[in-house]
Design a protein around this ligand. Structure first.
Ligand code: DLL
Length: 447
């Protein structure tokens, strides 16, 4: 971070600014009391208004009033993504259609999309939590926010949009795509804050460099990047190429959208907004809680959602939780960087691998550009992975084979898997405008 400190970036952010000081710095005992009160209200609401939850709670012999302290949450049944699909489109909603103010949906690769709904109050809460996240990341009222998250059914675009407005910033509602135009507008309008997926931020940096536009010389200072896993190495790369502080922001549509958790200026884990959500980390196999600091699947219960309350929702995202105090003064627990989803985890001859682990190794190789895909195939009964990477511009093609051998060696020694590495020419790996596709799984699908 030396260079950022030298340029003065982050100095505004370090002047302890909160969007909602009372809630963000609430002592943890009071936070827990607030959570319990809100959990009980959510349970009553879900029990009364969602037949699915009522049936599940009855089957578990639990009445809402049985929940006496937060530890009792462990008695509640989990909710999973297929529950939402099975009740497509509105079957899990606790409010009638006429009481809704907005719908979003996530596409999903197979079958029906997952539909989520919001009341007007839910939208207010979401805008507040996004405004809180923006402020936590270092954005301020009066800033110009260039929003390159996709607008539409995806929650990224509108979520960031209303949050930035709520903070008192002005928004450039650009959405994804038209990268040349994005760069012209970032440069001409002078945005201080950029919102996009981390992979798209890199695509913007790359095209800007090609056009001879040096965005590092402009007013960009803060990036809120999320919606997909990314590594520390990728963070360093984005910070160096765009000249900003890259902040990790997390969320999922089922729970709300972006703004469920966000890093502060210390970039040491994402503050998860506990006054509105209850967070647990569980063993994905057994469902039992894992001790603080251990990797587990993140499970989230909504505490204030009206349209779509969710009880113990299994996110499939693997992370670690810490309640250790943070220098920023916020008391809310932190989730450490989400390494990836259970679903994205590859098991290559018994070794568990997340694409973000491979990414970290690739980005340490100076001749490799930060664009890659993992291609998984089955030959006979064994799975093989080919890592397609791209050479940085200027690297001679006759060096590709040597680079590939070198990368394969590092992957083997650092991650423990044997992989073929193919080095491609600059520009040959497809660029994303939203969430990057990191894995091409060519294995036959189970029937
Ligand atoms: O991706 C919401 C969002 C928009 C978050 C913009 C941040 C910024 P979904 O499309 O429902 O919602 O996808 C949610 O994306 O369960 C994670 O697997 C992944 N994800 C989101 N943020 C991060 C992150 C939005 N910071 C799914 N790091 C989640 C790693 C993330 N993975």
């Amino acid at each position: 971070m030396g260079t950022l400190a030298e340029t003065g970036i982050g100095t505004r952010a370090s002047s302890r600014y909160y969007y909602d000081r009372a809630h963000e710095t609430m002592p943890r005992e009071r936070l827990a009391a607030l959570q319990l009160e809100r959990l009980r209200a959510t349970l009553r609401d879900a029990y009364q208004n969602v037949p699915f939850h009522r049936a599940r709670l009855k089957a578990a012999l639990i009445a809402p009033e049985d929940i006496r302290d937060l530890g009792d949450i462990g008695h509640l049944p989990f909710t999973v993504k297929t529950d939402l699909r099975d009740h497509y489109p509105f079957g899990m909603f606790a409010r009638p259609r006429t009481g809704l103010a907005r719908l979003h949906a996530s596409s999903g690769t197979t079958g029906k999309p997952t539909v989520v709904g919001y009341t007007a109050n839910d939208l207010r809460t979401w805008a507040d939590l996004m405004a809180r996240s923006f402020a936590c990341a270092g954005a301020r009222p009066g800033d110009l926010v260039h929003n390159a998250y996709g607008y539409g059914l995806f929650t990224g675009g509108l979520g960031a949009h209303y949050g930035a407005e709520r903070l008192g910033a002005a928004v450039v509602p650009m959405s994804g795509g038209s990268t040349e135009r994005q760069i012209a507008l970032i440069a001409d309008f002078g945005a201080r804050v950029l919102c996009s997926t981390p992979s798209y931020a890199l695509a913007i940096a790359e095209v800007a460099e090609r056009q001879g536009v040096d965005l590092r010389q402009g007013p960009l200072e803060v990036g809120l990047f999320g919606a997909e896993p990314w590594s520390e190495a990728m963070r360093r790369e984005i910070e160096a190429r765009l000249g900003l502080k890259a902040i990790d922001i997390y969320g999922l549509s089922e729970i709300m959208g972006p703004g469920v958790a966000c890093e502060c200026e210390h970039q040491a884990g994402l503050h998860a907004w506990e006054d509105h959500f209850l967070f647990e980390a569980v063993d994905p196999e057994t469902g039992a809680p894992v001790p603080e600091g251990h990797a587990g699947e993140l499970v989230i219960t909504t505490l204030t959602k009206e349209a779509l309350p969710l009880l113990r929702y299994r996110t499939r995202d693997v992370t670690r939780i810490t309640t250790a105090p943070c220098d920023c003064g916020r008391t809310h627990l932190r989730i450490l960087r989400v390494a990836g989803r259970n679903d994205d985890m590859l098991i290559i001859r018994g070794v568990n691998v997340y694409p973000s682990q491979v990414e970290a190794v690739l980005l340490d190789a100076p001749q490799i550009a930060p664009h890659y895909q993992l291609v998984v195939e089955r030959r006979g009964s064994l799975d093989y992975v080919t890592i397609e990477v791209e050479a940085r511009s200027g690297v001679a093609p006759d060096a590709f084979a040597g680079i590939a051998r070198n990368v394969a060696h590092h992957i083997k020694s650092l991650i423990g898997i044997t992989a073929d590495v193919v080095v491609k020419a600059p520009g040959e790996i497809p660029r994303s405008q939203g969430k990057a596709v990191r894995v091409r799984d060519l294995r036959p699908k189970a029937a």
